[in-house]
Design a protein around this ligand. Structure first.
Ligand SMILES: Cc1cc2nc3c(=O)[nH]c(=O)nc-3n(C[C@H](O)[C@H](O)[C@H](O)COP(=O)(O)OP(=O)(O)OC[C@H]3O[C@@H](n4cnc5c(N)ncnc54)[C@H](O)[C@@H]3O)c2cc1C
Length: 334
């Protein structure tokens, strides 16, 4: 271990950013590597011309007391708000109310502000697709991107990517690789559509039954100059899996047709249409541990695939990972 311990976190999604924020000020050299040009991962913000959409996570719920504290601080910072929208269950035009006793929260004005806020505190290298981590003889790890460029050496490496990436990066760490390989992920086709005028739909979001869709949600545009009505449509995991390799145009039409059928209104031509396939959307069978850490190799992994398949799970996993890293550094410091 070097005199000034260093930690690299691979992945600037919610888990990596939470871990990085918790370690800030405690670790002399701390760096996050993110393959995308944005932080946030599956809390994605999608833009098509002047229209914007939350095309990944839609809202979150809170169960754990520690997460309540975190959400309270986000509320104080005006980053999240309780979701006051009208959410229903929808089955071929039949609308029924869902349990609104569960408090749902959303990022304000969009989900991605949650990760934007965390990213402000972190030193992130973007467009850094880490493809190889190499154990050094004297301890620590060397990082390389997909072109083989060397991106530095670190005492501790934390993998905060989706499970399949974690399995690949930890090819030589059986405990993490086997855990990550055991996790299955759902597929989710997400459609983003803008309509010139407000659709004749009174509710803000719906869980959709007996349909290729599982969820539809109106996106409240933050730009008051536009009247456009923006909707995100999520296909069900089963439908998405079946059509994972389909052409985008075909999926786009199928999602829209399913929307008109579920809402039981006549179809309208969108002024903007896009689709995105989340090939690793939500873990089906998380490992059931807060995070994973292999003390002898100074390497760990965190993310929703360790804990629970939602925002709360990713945050708690990132926190737990930071705690494990600090315990490790304090032990090796002695
Ligand atoms: C369509 C959809 C809907 C959802 N809806 C909800 C919801 O309503 N409520 C809810 O609570 N949760 C929801 N979720 C789940 C929620 O988004 C996730 O649980 C959470 O965002 C996971 O965070 P994470 O940090 O574990 O992973 P991620 O957000 O996936 O972050 C991993 C990061 O690692 C980066 N990365 C991967 N490989 C590399 C590499 N080799 N090098 C560098 N960087 C790398 C990725 O680019 C990414 O930024 C939804 C997810 C999807 C996809």
């Amino acid at each position: 271990m070097s005199a000034t311990p260093s930690v690299a976190i691979i992945g600037a999604g919610l888990a990596g950013l939470t871990c990085g924020t918790a370690l800030k000020g405690l670790v002399p050299r701390l760096k996050i590597f993110e393959k995308s040009i944005f932080a946030g991962g599956r809390i994605g913000q999608f833009r098509a011309a002047e229209y914007e959409f939350n095309h990944g996570a839609q809202y979150f719920t809170v169960n754990n007391p520690l997460f309540w504290n975190i959400v309270s601080s986000w509320q104080s910072d005006n980053v999240v708000r309780p979701w006051e929208g009208w959410i229903v269950e929808l089955e071929k035009g039949q609308v029924s109310n869902v349990d609104m006793a569960t408090q749902r929260f959303v990022g304000h004005p969009r989900m991605q502000v949650i990760t934007d806020q965390l990213a402000k505190n972190c030193d992130i290298t973007h467009s850094a697709n880490i493809c190889e981590i190499e154990k050094q003889d004297d301890g620590g790890w060397r990082l390389f991107n997909e072109r083989g460029d060397y991106l530095g050496a670190y005492d501790v490496v934390i993998i905060a990517t989706e499970a399949h990436e974690a399995a690949m990066l930890c090819n030589n760490i059986p405990h993490i690789r086997e855990s990550a390989e055991s996790v299955g992920m759902t597929v989710c086709w997400s459609g983003m559509f803008a309509f010139e005028k407000k659709l004749d739909i009174p509710y803000d979001a719906a869980y959709v039954l007996d349909s290729p869709l599982s969820w539809v949600s109106r996106y409240q545009m933050s730009d008051p100059r536009t009247d456009a009505d923006c909707w995100v449509l999520h296909a069900s995991p089963e439908w998405s899996q079946q059509y994972v390799a389909s052409f985008r145009g075909r999926v786009m039409h199928a999602l829209l047709d399913a929307f008109w059928e579920a809402a039981d209104i006549s179809g309208q031509k969108p002024i903007s249409s896009s689709v995105h396939c989340w090939k690793h959307a939500v873990p089906i069978n998380p490992v059931g541990e807060d995070c994973l850490f292999v003390e002898s190799d100074a390497i760990g992994a965190c993310g929703d695939w360790c804990t629970a398949p939602r925002i709360e799970g990713a945050v708690l996993s990132g926190f737990s990972m930071a705690d494990r890293v600090m315990k490790h550094l304090n032990k090796t410091d002695r």
